[in-house]
Every structure is written in structure tokens, then in C-alpha cells.
Design a protein. Structure first.
Lengths: 230, 230
DNA sequence: GGCTGGGTTTGATCTGGCGCAAGGATCGCA
DNA sequence: TGCGATCCTTGCGCCAGATCAAACCCAGCC
């Protein structure tokens, strides 16, 4: 984010050129309804996943039960690759934000994959690298930006990952509640609501229940990148 | 962090059992005075590094010139491994927080290393994995915790990474200014100062100019993990 | 000794945005 | 078509923490 347009400039390349799907290691394809969990925080990392279609949210829960959304995963991406990073337990919960189709393999196959498919190792590194920089951006934002800017960033991030052009503007492709937004930005439901109302009055966005359409992305960019007044 | 004692439970194993130092790829050992930069944000990623001794700080600068400290690197760790994560430019600046000794290799050797030393790939993954979870913790903290808790966490983190027992208590092994602390926690100098003064009155810490000694780590743990009142 | 400059403390004041509370809109279901 | 469950909006009061302002302390250094 930050300059959100830059973050995902990197090509969202398919994970591998080779036919992962027709793999000897027998991937298990699976459909998931929106809201279903793929795996939960703390479970042992026995499988890793590839998101074929849909949208996944990685969620962490604080000791006192509050949720915060750590990151979003788009189709075509590997996820749940904690086993490859030396974690014995998933560090976050993965929830389907929309209806999803995922492939998964036993963690024990990771090693084979890396050796068998040349692009696999590097591609993984890239995925991880991308997420790392995403997270760094998040940290900087949290540390320095005002709430309104953070919300603007979050929204831009979303339309960037799953925006769909309509005649109204760009809409976010899946159901998004105010709650999701405040979990992404570390604020409260109320504040998010106020911010969105304000934007709606200024014609930056249009929002209905569980849906947000950005009519003027540029305005949001301006808001998100405004200096913290000085 | 969070439960800061858990984060670095993972053994800070040496990078490889094999003699990296006497490597054919001719590492360049280098001394660095505290305050010197190893590499800067935005430079092309032509080398990667191993910290033999000392302490490194990874810093990011926001568009309006504010610095925030993204993470600390302890001796024995690889850093500047952005090239291996598919970044063509370093995403942060690395500053020596104390006098340091680093080895470095041209990025082009990365591939060789992975193939030549069996432990190298996995070790890298672990390093990255550890940092990723560190960063996730940071995000959660930033989103949910009070300033005092964040400062407590930061201090605990520091004594954990470079604590040195003295008769006074545990002291942080390198010079640390209030400024460093507020850059780590995303607050202001003034607030950090107030918090530390308060702690000093309560005998949790003793602090002199550019030095902090924690007399009662447990108290800080309690503070850092206190529920956000509910 | 006086002076400069980085680091720190402390008080006074201001304000963003959180908590609380109440109410409205929309949906699904009986 | 009526009822409960979700989801969203808005007004108000308040407080943590930012900002402003003024010194102080210590270390070098001329």
C-alpha cells in the first residue's frame, strides 16, 4: 500500500508453468463456501494450498478475542506455506472471503515440489517477498497514518486485488462489511462507518449494505497519501 | 512479542554447519561503526549479508521523512536477503546499531549457496519465517495495543535480543535513545519519555542517558500483556 | 569557563477517534 | 407480514496521547 499502486505491480504470475494440477502427488481440489475456514491458527501445518479461485483472508486473533485481518490472498497464489517457513503450526487462520476453490497437498510433498518444478522455489520466494513487503507497509501505515488514511489504503488495496469495473465505478468483488474494514485498519466499526459516510457525501464512494463501490479512486489515493500535515 | 518470550524460542542456530567463512566465494568481511549504513532503501540488491557480530536495525522512511524501525537483526543472522525474495531493490535501510562485523557475498552467489550447503535453504526459510511472524505480531500490536503496552513490548523485545545481565538488572547491550524507542512503537518522543519516567518511579526500570536497565522484567511482561480493559 | 548541540524531562493544552447509546435499514424466515 | 438477526448510522462525552513550549542535563570543544 502506501503507494498502493506500486505494491502489486509485480506480476501475479501463475505459480508454475508445469501442470501442477495433474501432479502425481494427487492434489485434493476442494470447494469452499464463503466464510468457511481452510485452516485455523495453531493447527499443525500438515498441508499447503493453492488458491485456484476466490478470495482468502488470513486472520489473527488477539489474546482477548479481537480479530485482525493480516492479509488477503488472491487466486493463483500459494498460501498456508507455513510448513515451508519452518513453522510447525499455522500462525493465522485462513477464511474464505468468497466462494473458493483450493488445491492442497501434504506438507511432506513440499520438498519434492521444490526439486521437481524449477519455478517453484523462486516463485515461493517471490510470494513470500511480496507478502513481507506488504506487511512492512502495513506496519509503517499503522505507525504513522491517521485513521482515514488507513481506511483509504485498505479500500484501495481491496479494489486493487479484486476490483471490478462497473458503470458506477469500481466495485469490490466480494461482500465486505464495515467490520472487515475495521479489522483491517485497527479501528472501530463506528469510525469506519463515519469515514465512509463522509466519503459518500463527497461522492468518493457509494456504499450499500455489504458492498462498496468506489466512484473516484483518485480522491482516495490523494487522501491515503496525504502528508500527516506538517 | 505478544507473548514476547515465545517469539525467539526458536533456536538462533548458526546459519550453516559448513564453514561459510572459508568459502570459495570469497566473502568480504567488514567492520562497521555504530550508525553506519550497510545498505540503503531503494539500492539495487547486489549483495546479501551475514551479521557476525553486533546489531543491525532495519529502517523504513515514510514519504514525509519519518523513520520507523521495522526490525532488529542479531548476530548470526542473514540479512539483506531481499535478492533471494525476488526484490530488485532493498525494501529498507540497514543501519548498524552497534559496532558490527558483517560478511557479504554478491547476490549472484545465492543460488550456489543454496545448492552447495544443504542447510542453507531451510535456514533461510526459517529466518524469513521468524521475521514474518515477528512482523505479524507487530501489526496486531499496533492495531490493538495501548502505547504503554507497545513500549513495554519493544523493551522486552530488545532485552530479549541483546539483554545482558548486570547486578542492577538486565541492560540493553547497545546505546538506545528514546528516539529509537518511539520509532519502534509509532508514538512520540515525549510519550515514550513519560512512560519511562513513570516506570522508573515504580522501579520497573532504571534509565540513564542513552541506556536502559530493566530491573523488573516481569512487571513489563504484565504490562505488555494486559487486556485492553474489557 | 562559556557555548553549542544532542538527548531528555515535564507541564499545559488541544483533539482525533473511541466508547456508549439509541435508532434505522435490510434481510431471512416462519 | 411480522419478528428477530444483522448490519449500518449518528450524536455526544470523554480521554489517551499528540502537539506545543520551555527548560534542563551532560559532553565535548573552543
Amino acid at each position: 500500500m502506501g503507494r498502493p499502486l506500486a505494491t502489486s505491480t509485480a506480476p501475479e504470475s501463475a505459480v508454475s508453468r508445469k501442470p501442477l494440477r495433474r501432479d502425481p502427488h494427487l492434489a485434493q481440489p476442494k470447494r469452499l463456501d464463503a466464510g468457511a475456514a481452510v485452516f485455523e491458527e495453531g493447527q499443525i501445518t500438515d498441508r499447503f494450498f493453492l488458491l485456484l479461485d476466490g478470495f482468502i483472508r488470513a486472520i489473527r486473533v488477539t489474546p482477548d478475542g479481537e480479530q485482525i485481518i493480516a492479509l488477503h490472498i488472491q487466486s493463483g497464489q500459494l498460501f498456508g506455506i507455513a510448513p515451508a517457513l519452518g513453522h510447525s503450526h499455522y500462525p493465522a487462520t485462513a477464511i474464505a472471503a468468497a466462494d473458493c476453490v483450493v488445491l492442497s497437498w501434504a506438507a511432506s510433498h513440499w520438498h519434492d515440489f521444490v526439486h521437481e518444478y524449477d519455478g517453484f522455489g523462486p516463485e515461493t520466494s517471490n510470494t513470500v517477498g511480496r507478502r513481507v513487503s506488504e506487511m512492512k507497509e502495513r506496519i509503517v501505515e499503522m505507525a504513522t497514518q491517521q485513521v482515514e488514511q488507513r481506511v483509504a489504503n485498505a479500500v484501495l488495496h481491496l479494489i486493487h486485488q479484486s476490483g471490478r469495473k462497473t458503470d458506477q465505478g469500481i466495485e469490490i468483488a466480494f461482500l465486505i462489511t464495515r467490520q472487515d474494514l475495521f479489522e483491517m485498519t485497527g479501528t472501530t466499526l463506528h469510525t469506519v462507518s463515519r469515514v465512509l459516510s463522509a466519503w459518500e457525501r463527497l461522492d468518493h464512494v457509494k456504499s450499500e449494505r455489504r458492498k462498496i463501490v468506489v466512484t473516484d479512486p483518485h480522491k482516495l489515493v490523494v487522501i491515503s497519501s496525504a502528508q500527516a500535515h506538517r
